[in-house]
Ligand binder design. Structure first.
Ligand code: SF4
Ligand code: SF4
Length: 415
């Protein structure tokens, strides 16, 4: 695609990066069929190619309106288009740049601004979110069923083993996950402990910054990233092998720390190292699969159960991790059911389910039907956002897959 960027942007880092991405697009349209919003709405402007045109026009100096902003807002940032694109167009980076620029050019309504501000303040704050979730649980019987379904019951967390091994890995604590499903990181700690690895938390680390970043407060998000780097750095220098991330949505954000902080003289080097150390828990377990097999016993497998695996967009399109979790689930004795249209987003997508609730609801309905079409006993996934979103609508229980590994290895130890 030929471009002629406007004077105000062409010699900036954002302009140069956007220009290089735009020039890769050859208008072929292969990406349309795998874009969830195009599949639902059938409008070219709600497709990757249409949005690329809109961003090109803005970068070339054409006036932008709320209409352009709406089409970018409707994008889930699922990055299915990147997986499909034969030309390697980094759509996710482009839309981040496009949204940042449009936020400065088009003023949102007061209601929209207030809603986004609230989300930016509540979700990344562990204490605030925990307090609100506690209130939600207290008053759950009085809430409308549509809201009550989204509030999970308090589950059993189990013990977090003492750090006793020479091999150590950090874990991202996150923001909403410790309140919604603290069992996920605790299960990860137990599984890794059995594999001879101690999992440790850095107390001052918190939200990865994704919520804030994707609400177009990108400078604010860099603050969360730097705080995490500061909290992790002493452990990195002490030899932590990896930074384990159990929510693939957070994993895609941490993987980008190095890129986003590349021009920061104080943090560039550390951010690049942190991004290299960041590993989705599936990558860590896959590397230890032979040792994991020794922890399993035929008795631990029990009667094979049918599981539908929901691969989050952040796992398959963001981190490009495909076909890694499924063999681990088979090792545990599960039968995996077929899931049609597994590349399509469930509609969770960070705050999308709140800000674009109608589209999100349609995607959720399609996803639950697809997941349940093989009559599974349970659904497994790899991201807290998808887990909470799908869990509110599915008729089957939904778990993080690492919890299933924890249960199987616990059962094997008991004989
Ligand atoms: S990121 Fe997802 S929703 Fe956005 S344009 Fe690409 S495929 Fe469509
Ligand atoms: S598939 Fe890639 S090259 Fe083709 S239109 Fe989509 S983004 Fe452009």
């Amino acid at each position: 695609m030929q471009t002629r960027l406007a004077d105000w942007i062409q010699d900036t880092p954002q302009g140069r990066e956007a220009d290089a991405i735009l020039r890769k697009c050859v208008h072929c349209g292969f990406c349309l069929a795998t874009c969830p919003t195009y599949v639902l709405l059938g409008d070219e402007l709600d497709s990757p190619r249409g949005r690329i045109y809109l961003m090109k026009q803005m970068l070339e100096g054409a006036p932008v309106t709320v209409r352009t902003q709406l089409h970018l807002d409707r994008c889930l940032t699922c990055r299915a288009c990147e997986t499909t694109c034969p030309s390697g167009v980094e759509y996710g980076r482009l839309v981040d740049i496009g949204r940042d620029l449009i936020e400065q050019k088009v003023e949102r309504s007061a209601v929209d601004r207030a809603q986004r501000w609230m989300l930016r303040k509540v979700l990344p704050s562990r204490a605030l979110f925990a307090a609100l979730l506690g209130l939600g649980r207290l008053f759950k019987p009085l809430l409308p069923s549509s809201l009550a379904r989204k509030i999970p019951a308090r589950g059993d967390v189990g013990a977090w083993p003492e750090a006793r091994h020479a091999r150590r890995m950090l874990v991202l604590t996150g923001c909403v996950q410790p309140s919604l499903a603290p069992s996920i990181n605790a299960a990860t700690a137990r599984v890794l402990d059995r594999l001879g690895i101690s999992l440790i938390e850095a107390p001052r680390a918190g939200c990865c910054g994704a919520v804030t970043f994707h609400l177009n407060a990108q400078d604010e998000a860099l603050g969360y990233m730097k705080a995490n780097i500061d909290a992790w750095w002493p452990h990195v220098e002490a030899g932590a092998e990896a930074i384990v991330i159990t929510a693939s949505g957070c994993g895609t954000m941490v993987a980008e720390y190095g890129h986003l902080l590349r021009d920061d003289p104080e943090y560039a080097h550390k951010a690049e190292r942190v991004s290299r150390l960041a590993k989705d828990v599936s990558e860590v377990i896959a590397a230890e699969r032979a040792s994991l097999a020794k922890l399993l016993s035929p008795a631990s497998r029990g009667v094979p159960r049918k599981v539908a695996f929901h691969a989050p967009c952040s796992l398959q399109h963001g981190l490009k991790i495909e076909g890694v979790v499924e063999p681990i689930l088979r090792d545990l004795g599960f039968d995996l059911t077929m899931v049609p249209d597994a590349h399509l987003c469930c509609g969770s997508a960070g705050t999308y389910s709140i800000l674009q609730s109608e589209l999100s609801g349609r995607l959720l309905e399609n996803k639950v039907n697809a997941l349940e079409s093989g009559a599974p006993d349970l659904i497994a996934t790899a991201n807290i956002g998808c887990l909470a979103h799908i869990g509110a609508a599915a008729s089957r229980p939904i778990r993080h897959w690492i919890e299933l590994v924890d249960e199987a290895t616990t059962a094997a130890r008991r004989g």
